[in-house]
Design a protein around this ligand. Structure first.
Ligand code: SF4
Length: 142
């Protein structure tokens, strides 16, 4: 099995502390993070992914909005620079500890944060990065 993830959620997951929009969203998010911690691969997708699922029928759901697709495009371009490979739909990979370290270093430097512009969680995510991601749930195998 693999977990479908849209590109900007690669950023959101590095700061995941167990907070989110609704209890159902948080439950689903925590289950997915645990699957990644167990070594399950990610499959990159365009549009709504496994993390979006509990939100798709919520009023005001933004998961299909073009502005959110813009976040994905920004994240994909910047993450590709950091990882030195294409970040595009259909790619399958395991987010191991080394890749996560690269992402967290780049996130803390601010070099992959264009997708975060205008996001309501920006202040919290910046604080988490300043705290060296202490308490974050994503902790995949080597
Ligand atoms: S600021 Fe928003 S888009 Fe950026 S990592 Fe946090 S939740 Fe994701």
């Amino acid at each position: 099995m693999s977990v479908s993830i849209r590109p900007h959620h690669l950023l959101c997951m590095v700061t995941y502390l167990g907070k989110g929009y609704t209890p159902a969203f948080v439950d689903n998010y925590s289950t997915i993070v645990q699957r990644l911690n167990d070594g399950e691969p990610i499959e990159l997708v365009e549009g709504p992914d496994a993390l979006c699922q509990p939100m798709l029928n919520e009023p005001g759901c933004h998961c299909r909005n073009e502005s959110v697709r813009d976040r994905d495009r920004s994240a994909a371009a910047e993450i590709a620079q950091v990882l030195g490979c294409k970040v595009e739909s259909g790619n399958l990979f395991v987010l191991d500890r080394q890749l996560l370290s690269l992402l967290r270093e780049a996130f803390a430097r601010g070099s992959i944060r264009k997708a975060c512009e205008g996001c309501e969680w920006q202040t919290l995510c910046s604080k988490i990065a300043r705290n060296e991601f202490r308490g974050c749930h994503l902790a995949p195998p080597d």
